[in-house]
Design a protein around this ligand. Structure first.
Ligand code: ADP
Length: 272
């Protein structure tokens, strides 16, 4: 793995990767970097089903930075034919992690394609998932902030089982209607389903790794391999914990507030 990084760093440092090497402080909530110099380099962590993709993609639109989800890169690879995709399918359908080498290859290709289009910064989702990945990322990027999304486990499972993708437009939906009563001092929680428009309804598919057995295995692997990554960034003072209070209507404004972005759009308009 280190040879992969050495290759990336020494023989082919794209301007994008070179920009990664610019300096930073370690306070989680310093002002957004000036987009002229360099855009945000943020990470979303959290268990399967917590909503990393939903909130990372909303923030990516708000801040005009690419949302890069390694799960999407893996699924793109799965949709091609070949021996790599056959190997990956087996791993993903067992709920296991793909090797760091494959993930770094997919990610390097995605970053290089973005670099060629003039993209700057990123919001990473689903990466890093192991301490090794975090260490390697540290060698090439300068992470500003890590958002750790949290939700109770019974809700996570329901959300994963309710996930659907439109096979035509590729958008994500969720048919689960969550209504958990509060008990023993724990507050209840409601989340309305996120239903597709009528024209997508008949084209919905379920991810092959969103079965109860595989989701439980992915949660187990998250606690074993990915939770240490939370502590890794916590100890660097880069982690923001965010307990989702409910569905998107309740959570999105609160997340913006936690990230001190609640007046971001007004400030952008005022500056324009
Ligand atoms: P989740 O809903 O569990 O967050 P993702 O869409 O992020 O799922 O990832 C789907 C699958 O892709 C994972 O279960 C894993 O097999 C693979 N994968 C995605 N990102 C990584 C990564 N950073 N390292 C290893 N495997 C990954």
């Amino acid at each position: 793995m280190s040879s992969l990084l050495t290759r990336t760093r020494l023989s082919n440092p794209s301007p994008f990767l070179r920009r990664f090497l610019s300096s930073t402080s370690s306070s989680p909530l310093r002002p957004l970097p000036n987009p002229v110099d360099r855009n945000v380099q943020w990470i979303f962590l959290g268990c399967p089903g917590v909503g990393k993709g939903t909130y990372a993609s909303r923030l990516s639109s708000l801040l005009s930075v690419p949302h890069i989800a390694t799960g999407d890169l893996v699924r793109d690879e799965l949709s091609s034919s070949g021996t790599l995709s056959d190997q990956l399918r087996e791993i993903v359908n067992r709920g296991e992690l793909v090797s760091d080498e494959i993930i770094f290859n997919l990610l390097s290709k995605r970053l290089a394609a973005g670099d060629a289009k003039g993209e700057s910064g990123f919001i990473l989702d689903g990466f890093p998932r192991t301490i090794n990945q975090a260490e390697i990322l540290k060698g090439v990027a300068d992470i500003d902030l890590v958002v750790n999304l949290k939700l109770r486990e019974d809700v996570l499972l329901e959300k994963c089982l309710g996930r659907r993708i439109c096979s035509q437009c590729g958008k994500n939906y969720n048919v689960a209607s969550i209504n958990v009563k509060g008990e023993n001092g724990r507050p209840g929680m409601s989340m309305a389903p996120l239903l597709p428009p009528q024209h997508c309804m008949s084209k919905l598919i379920t991810r092959s790794d969103d079965t109860e057995e595989v989701v439980k295995e992915r949660l187990r692997i998250y606690y074993e391999k990915s939770q240490p990554v939370e502590e890794y960034y916590r100890s660097q003072g880069k982690l923001i914990e965010f307990d989702l209070p409910g569905g998107i209507p309740e959570s999105w404004p609160k997340l913006l507030e936690a990230l001190k972005l609640d007046d971001y759009e007004e400030k952008q308009l005022a500056a324009a």
